[in-house]
Design a protein around this ligand. Sequence first.
Ligand code: CTP
Ligand code: CA
Length: 229
Amino acid sequence: LLRGSLEGDLAGRHVVVSAGGTREPLDPVRFLGNRSSGKQGYALAATAVARGARVTLVAANTALPDPAGADVVRVGTARQLREAVLKAAGDADVVVMAAAVADFRPAEYATGKIKKVDGVEPAPIALVRNPDVLAEVSADRAHDGQLVVGFAAETDDVLAHGRAKLARKGCDLLVVNEVGDGKAFGQETNSAVLLGADGSEVHIADSPKEVLADAIWDQVVVRLPAAGP
Ligand code: CTP
Ligand code: CA
């Protein structure tokens, strides 16, 4: 295959993709969650396999068939996702954080189901911050040349918020989606802007998630250092 051709341009590379949305338990039957379906992350995993990569898919609470050829690691909470991603990132060429990671978790976990009591108002739910996996992976690269890709879901001022987030997270690429009003979450198509830390800006019109995934891998491939011997 020609170097740079679509098929095989991730051959010999290990890529880690997180997908889905974390759930933060309140008690044995309840959690704080989000609307991420995992479809974009699964599309990234499937297209990376097609392009020759070894793929580790860290899947948080998804209900999708395993992409053929990917190693799937299932997680529930943000802290479990962090552990799985850091472990897989050790020898990864690329880490893509497509998962919707809960920013907060309940400060306390009730080991028994929380019960209502007649005439008593419920206690407020105290929250604490979760670790920022993308910022951590970006700051502590497992090796020189490791690439880190983040996602951002924004409702307004998409480009300005995206640029600021890219700088804050310290990743190489940020895939910025406009969300809200039924956009992106659980949908089959997605429009996005791919922002590079080098100042690049690539607009992807509303496309199937596989097309967006391939556009993301195109941006990754041109930034990968030459493969070892
Ligand atoms: N992310 C992460 N760990 C977190 C929160 C987010 O790794 N605790 C990652 C997501 O996987 C995504 C990127 O960070 O790739 C951006 O997520 P987003 O929620 O848009 O960014 P936040 O920094 O959490 O900002 P906001 O306050 O807008 O939610
Ligand atoms: Ca967030």
